[in-house]
Design a protein. Structure first.
Length: 332
């Protein structure tokens, strides 16, 4: 088989628009933005051991003022509409309400667990966001922690250089010092190595790109030479955490690789991470996470399963799920 033919089998059609994914994102955003009677949205149907909606109300900033060029969310975080122009264009100068049941980015379950981690921190809040995109959870939890008087360390890992540029701009716009922000250009993984990551034009346009692991040296060279992909370092969780003794929140949203990452880093997680917030991309992944984390004593504090579209040959995930876990070894 010709080398480029083998590459075509390995790599999804990167240069084509991800029409199906875009349609699902539009359906999710429509659900979040429509006005519905209380309880009628599927995003209201989560399970929690704490009052998630009260958590959002408790952290909502008061007396917010609009910014002429950005959206201001309920925490006071400034968001540039260019990070998702299909949804956010034209909303400059607006102030978003508390996202119950959701906003354009996340639902109440995910927001509540992220803020719960902020409340459990002492002195300094340290967050690691794997697949950080524009730095959503770094910025949101960082701003909430700063309002509580905590010092912050914001750490992100991202494969797309366009998204990294957005993240750097967002942390600067939200008033974080360069010394408090660390963004790695690479792929979060259970082990070190190299992975392929699709190259997109323009940079930052697609939010659902998936890394390709376990390619051979020849396949990596072919993909880079063709311009379809970049070869990026696979960064182990141990490398990302470094010498830090405690991470207050690890946010994981790596497009289907969540279960493998957790399985390969359980000891490190239990030793160093206080809370886990995981975006899940299938019911199978959710089951694997239950099995792995419960077996070593982690406590599930909030969850909303992935929402499916059924009736075709196979169920399709239309809205990713959320799981929030507490580590009793660090937070009894």
């Amino acid at each position: 088989m010709h080398p480029l033919s083998r590459l075509a089998l390995l790599i999804p059609p990167i240069r084509r628009l991800h029409d199906a994914r875009d349609q699902l994102l539009e359906e999710r955003d429509s659900l979040a933005l429509q006005t519905r009677p209380l309880g009628s949205s599927p995003l209201h149907h989560y399970n929690a051991c704490f009052d998630a909606e009260a958590m959002l109300h408790r952290h909502a900033a008061r007396d917010l003022r609009p910014h002429p060029n950005r959206i201001t969310n309920f925490l006071g975080v400034l968001v540039d509409p260019k990070v998702l122009p299909a949804i956010l264009a034209g909303r400059e100068g607006s102030i978003e309400p508390i996202p119950i049941p959701a906003n354009w980015h996340a639902d109440v379950a995910e927001w509540a667990m992220a803020l719960r981690a902020v409340e459990q921190a002492q002195g300094r809040f340290i967050v690691i966001e794997l697949g950080c995109g524009w730095g959503c959870w770094m910025n949101n939890t960082g701003v909430a922690a700063r309002r509580l008087g905590l010092a912050v360390t914001l750490i992100g890992v991202e494969g797309d250089p366009g998204h990294i540029a957005y993240a750097r701009e967002a942390t600067a716009a939200n008033g974080f010092d360069l010394a408090d922000v660390i963004i790695h250009h690479g792929i979060a993984a259970a082990r070190s190595g190299r992975a392929l990551f699709p190259r997109q034009t323009p940079g930052g346009a697609d939010w659902g790109l998936e890394p390709i692991f376990d390619a051979t040296v020849e396949q990596i060279d072919e993909a880079v030479r063709s311009g379809a992909c970049d070869a990026l370092p696979m960064l182990s969780l141990a490398e990302i955490i470094g010498a830090r003794e405690r991470i207050d929140l690890l946010h994981v949203d790596i497009q289907g690789g969540e279960a493998a990452l957790i399985a390969g880093t359980l000891d490190m997680l239990t030793e160093r991470v206080a809370m886990l917030l995981i975006g899940t991309h299938s019911r199978q992944i959710e089951g694997e996470l239950f099995e792995r984390l419960l077996s070593v004593g982690w406590i599930l504090e909030i969850e909303r399963p992935a929402i499916l579209s059924v009736g075709s040959a196979a169920p399709v995930v239309t809205i990713d799920g959320v799981q929030g876990w507490r580590n009793p070894a660090l937070l009894p």
